[in-house]
Design a protein around this ligand. Sequence first.
Ligand code: UDP
Length: 333
Amino acid sequence: MILITGGAGYIGSHLAMALLESGKEIVIFDSLELGHIEIINILKKSGNLKFIQGNLKNLDDIRGAFLVNKIDSVVHFAAYSQVAESVKNPQKYYYNNVYGTLNLLNAMVEFGVNKIVFSSTAATYGEPEYVPIDEKHPQKPINAYGSSKLTVEKIMDDYDRAYGLKSVRLRYFNVAGADSKARIGEWHEPETHLIPNILKADETKTFKMFGDDYDTPDGTCVRDYINVEDLADAHIKALEYLTNGGKTDYFNLGTGNGNSVKEVFDACEKVLGRKVPLEICPRRDGDPAKLVADNTKALEILNWKPQRNLMDSIVSANDWEKRLTKLKAGIVL
Ligand code: UDP
């Protein structure tokens, strides 16, 4: 059985859907602080899913999950992930993302589970010294979110040396899109991410573009938007890699292509078939001008290759936005 922490959240639920559809048995462990019970109920329609509501900060909650289920590997998503919030409230980030993960790892050691795939982030690299960023790029995070994830990566190295716990750390770039059948998707309250914010904007809510004076071709930030279903596929490949005896390792997950905020905005207008009200605002703190992945290592070792492009992600995100509106209104499940 595969344990997915944070499986009621955005990325975790897409992995859960993919695993359920391939007939795997999974246990989702989620506090539902940020995840949604509606997502769990939708996932349950696709296969053999067990749900445990619990908090990683309580060791007994997570021990309980191992006690009653025959778990052989873990995929760990549960975390806080807002950069700005992490700068204002590092305590929250270290307590949850580091201490919570320690409880999970300690339970794994106690119950003899030795394989984990971990959601890490491009934020562990900090301000890029060169682009595209490969895995050899120095890791110097510039916010508590990135530091909390890097701390976990270091703990995982120590737990491998001491206890033989094998980990694959997946360093995500900008995750985008939704389930291609629009069953599940991105659902943050409040939403801070670029694509959903453009899609949600209308006459009552102008889209705010944070900075158009960066040192990039059109002055707006360049990011590498990786589709969430492609990302789920990378996790499945990482699990297979560990099951086949792979050593502890880490991989960048991105497409290798950059798109500017303006390009994303124009593509969203095209998909929506309407103009989106736009306001150019000052830069957002902590946004580097350009973040693009060198994904060669994941291609070579995990045999993972993204299949979907930015337009695919925007189309699926837009289909999901429509469904989410109905879901929130209680019109559909
Ligand atoms: N962005 C924006 N307006 C928004 C949200 C994001 O202009 O409402 C910009 C943001 O400044 C960054 C890019 O879009 O340059 C991607 O931001 P997002 O929050 O989606 O992801 P991040 O790069 O922070 O992980």
